[in-house]
Design a protein around this ligand. Structure first.
Ligand SMILES: C[S@@+](CC[C@H](N)C(=O)[O-])C[C@H]1O[C@@H](n2cnc3c(N)ncnc32)[C@H](O)[C@@H]1O
Length: 274
């Protein structure tokens, strides 16, 4: 778990540049879907705020809302605050604050929030059931949790498969799993997990997140974000060989093969009033 946080700390800047924009359409769709539930909402929680793209989107849309973004990575929380400083002024700036905390141990009283949102985080928490129960605890009766994240699937993005082949050819050990609970197994399971955590009015649906990676973008995504640790540990000449080989092999792919299409799930549930 600490490894995962250290990892997010290290690549917070790379995240903002190379990964947050890939997730952005799903974040916008989550905000669109949450819109009807925001009537009268004043205090929102963004669980695993990262660079705060979801939270700052909420501030821009809903003028009466203040939002707290929690993230266990001080590096990510720092970038979130810097993004808020860059994009917001005056009273709007005071409508966002970051708090360093884990999703399964939120430093808030019961029923503090009118709504909770989260994008691409519930696959990372070590115990999703506990994190969902914790989200429910801090919601007011009637408050809604809405999240989006990855749906488990067999589909392979060709550039990822090529990266694995290049590592294999050079006898480089890929990075191991790091204590995450994993992608949501199915839409039904997303709904079931919410019900088991005590939510009612549960709904879940799938969608696809699509993003075209130009070769240089994909290489920067790997070296500065997704596989930053692995690349940092390689000897300079080996790193150079990996990048050169990858650039060559990726250059032979069609635009369609360089387009990632991964399934995602939108899920929501209400803390019942009883
Ligand atoms: C893929 S990023 C998503 C960030 C942001 N929500 C977005 O959509 O751009 C995942 C974030 O979850 C945070 N995170 C990892 N483990 C967490 C946990 N146990 N509880 C809360 N947040 C966690 C990471 O530090 C990181 O900022």
């Amino acid at each position: 778990m600490t490894d995962q946080i250290e990892r997010f700390d290290r690549f917070a800047a790379g995240y903002a540049q190379w990964w947050a924009p890939v997730l952005a359409p799903a974040v916008t769709e989550l905000l669109d879907a949450a819109e009807p539930a925001m009537d009268g909402a004043e205090r929102l929680l963004d669980i695993g705020t990262g660079t705060a793209q979801l939270a700052l989107g909420a501030v821009a849309r809903w003028p009466d809302v203040s939002i707290v973004g929690v993230d266990p990575s001080p590096g990510m929380a720092g970038v979130a605050d810097a993004e808020a400083d860059r994009l917001l002024t005056g009273v709007d700036r005071r409508r966002f604050r970051s708090v360093v905390a884990f999703a399964d141990s939120l430093p808030f009283a019961d029923g503090e929030f009118d709504g909770a949102l989260s994008s691409f985080v519930f696959q990372l928490v070590p115990n999703r059931a506990r994190a969902l129960r914790e989200a429910r605890r801090v919601l007011k009766p009637g408050g809604i949790l809405s999240y989006v994240t990855w749906l488990d699937d067999e589909r392979v993005f060709t550039p990822d498969a090529i990266f694995d082949e290049v590592l294999d050819d050079l006898d480089i050990e890929p990075r191991g799993a790091d204590g995450r609970s994993g992608d949501i197994p199915s839409v039904e399971r997303a709904a079931g997990e919410l019900r088991r955590a005590g939510f009612s009015n549960v709904s879940a649906r799938d969608s696809v997140l699509e993003h075209h990676f130009p070769v240089d973008h994909y290489l920067a995504f790997l070296t500065e974000f997704d596989e930053e640790t692995l690349f940092a540990e390689l000897e300079p000449d080996v790193r150079e060989r990996v990048v050169t080989t990858l650039r060559e092999r990726l250059g032979a792919l069609s635009p369609d093969q360089m387009t990632m299409r991964f399934p995602i799930v939108f899920a929501s549930g209400r803390r019942s009033r009883a």
